[in-house]
Design a protein around this ligand. Sequence first.
Ligand SMILES: [Zn+2]
Length: 211
Amino acid sequence: MVDNPFVFVWPVDQDGFGIEHVGPTGTTLLGSVQYDIIRPKGGPPRYYRPLDDYPGLWRPFAETCSSVEGVLTFVREFGLLTDRGTEGPDEILSTAERIRDIVTLLDDSDRAGAAGLLNRYPPRISEPLYWNDRSARFETRLVPFTLRHALLHQAAETIAGNYQWRRCGNEGCPRWFRLGQGAHTIRREYYSNRCRVAHARRQKQGATTHG
Ligand SMILES: [Zn+2]
């Protein structure tokens, strides 16, 4: 699964991630160099498929990553945005800020502005040809270089397709879903049936506790 070049899979360290303070490495002409990095703790990785498992991940990513604490919360669940092994929280914060700006522009119906902002650093994606046994023909697959590029890809698809997204109504659920997709109507409130049932169960428990 990990070596399948046609499916975008992403690792998350199962032991978690920590912030490491680097430096000061002495005084240079530019002053003392000091910065933070997020480093995986070196546990076994678990893998998931960001584009298939979380098609709306760019939205909770942008919301969660508005502070270093939020960045750590996101990374512990979904991994770093890069494949370089470590990453500065500032790099993740600035990607999240750019996506929040794109969301704001889309909310103002400024798709041209959103496209311009995305195009400053467009997502990098490879496009291998995949042989589909069932249809007996080649198909193209889009495989983002990293999770950062997958999130930007989701934003780009949203701008291009004029997609609308909604947060799952089950509190604490990290999933967003696209409105009007497939058989789902504009009134849909939950990502899945499982989310709906979990929400109803919690409501019931709350009523029992307080009632
Ligand atoms: Zn949900």
